[in-house]
Design a protein around this ligand. Structure first.
Ligand code: CA
Length: 364
């Protein structure tokens, strides 16, 4: 009875349908699969943060369940085991087996990593998924992480973010000049060229910085996460759209030696659960953002505004400048930009007559 339970559990966990025909192979695989693994995972996120933090907790739970307890993952929040922005380094060194953060946090080391999160005026969630899974993007991502001994997996997305919270109205490009704004990544460089002073403020300090006036503006994510930081109580104008982060991809990274130590079926569990989380996090954000936006709109102290077209036009032009210079200075950024741009040229005409046309039609 015990043995039958063990064999049934094993087959269910591994999904090995071939076992019925290939008894010898099944026995060999079964022997390897008895081994259990206990991994540590570091993230950049505060514990329990809606979306990002909850997504990682789901990732660990689902890997443990899908592997029938053979792969257990312990999560460490941002700063708990290693500094919040050094997740990739910890996975690379093998300090931990797994990480969850954003590729663009590491653009100091790997400029091209920016493309595997997002670039200004880049790809929406559907588009970046298509580029990564079907357009050759994931192969390029694996290639640039090869020297770090790390394997990346797409693992979550926030969808279109907001342009941010402002304590001053933005009616023209002139209004950007002299603003002090928290905005990271290439988006921050673009803002800097538009006359904004770019500052780096960790998530936990954005509220105070805005409220005390030490900064005039800040972007974080969107209604779901912004309301959890209380940003609607620290600034009046909530501008959209998130031209700089329209479908930012989160990454799950696995140390390559740890990956190679896993039997094939557990590797498949990790890959499949990462893909499930990639999908699930987007669903959570869509739901959470819609609910939180209603709350923000009901607040009499908040005004929801769209950035003027001439401001967006300028930001688009400056984004192209920054990305072109980045490609000129870095060979792998040039190669990845070429692939990214090629896919964008292919997908935009299709989305113009599908997503965009439909969303316009629904507004008639
Ligand atoms: Ca953001």
């Amino acid at each position: 009875m015990k043995r039958r339970q063990f064999v049934t559990g094993l087959a269910a966990a591994a999904g090995v349908t071939a076992c019925a025909q290939e008894r010898a192979d099944c026995a060999a695989e079964g022997a390897a699969s008895q081994e259990t693994f206990e991994w540590n995972l570091v993230t950049s996120w505060p514990p329990g943060l809606p979306g990002l933090g909850v997504g990682v907790e789901n990732l660990a739970k689902r890997i443990e369940t899908a592997s029938a307890g053979r792969l257990k993952i312990k999560i460490f929040s941002g700063g708990e085991l290693v500094p919040a922005l050094e997740v990739l380094d910890a996975v690379s060194r093998g300090t931990v087996q797994m990480g969850h953060d954003s590729a663009y946090y590491h653009r100091g080391k790997v400029p091209a990593a920016q493309y595997f999160t997002t670039v200004p005026f880049g790809q929406t969630v559907h588009e970046i998924n298509a580029w990564l899974y079907y357009g050759g993007g994931l192969e390029l991502w694996r290639e640039i992480y090869e020297p770090f001994n790390v394997i990346p997996f797409p693992a979550g997305n926030t969808g279109v973010q907001m342009a941010g919270w402002f304590n001053k109205e933005i009616n023209s490009v002139e209004d950007l000049k002299g603003l002090k704004m928290r905005i990271p990544g290439v988006g921050g460089e673009v803002m800097q060229r538009a006359g904004v002073t770019q500052v780096t403020v960790p998530a936990s300090e954005i509220f105070t910085a805005l409220q005390t006036g030490s900064i005039d503006a800040a972007e974080w994510v969107g209604p779901y996460n912004d309301i959890s930081l209380g940003l609607h109580k620290a600034a009046r104008y909530y501008y959209y759209p998130g031209w700089h982060e329209m479908g930012p991809m989160l990454q799950c990274t696995v140390n390559k030696d740890a990956w190679n130590s896993l039997p094939g079926d557990l590797q498949e569990v990790v890959a499949t659960v990462c893909q499930a989380i990639n999908d699930d996090m987007m669903a959570e954000y869509t739901w959470g953002n819609a609910v939180a936006l209603e709350q923000i709109k009901a607040d009499p102290n908040v005004e929801l505004r769209q950035l003027p077209d001439d401001v967006l036009r300028l930001l688009k032009q400056l984004s192209e400048e920054v990305l072109t210079e980045m490609a000129e200075a870095d060979e792998s950024a040039a190669k990845i930009k070429a692939s990214f741009d090629e896919f964008q040229r292919l997908v935009v005409p299709y989305h113009r007559i599908s997503e965009l046309a439909y969303l316009k039609a629904r507004e008639l």
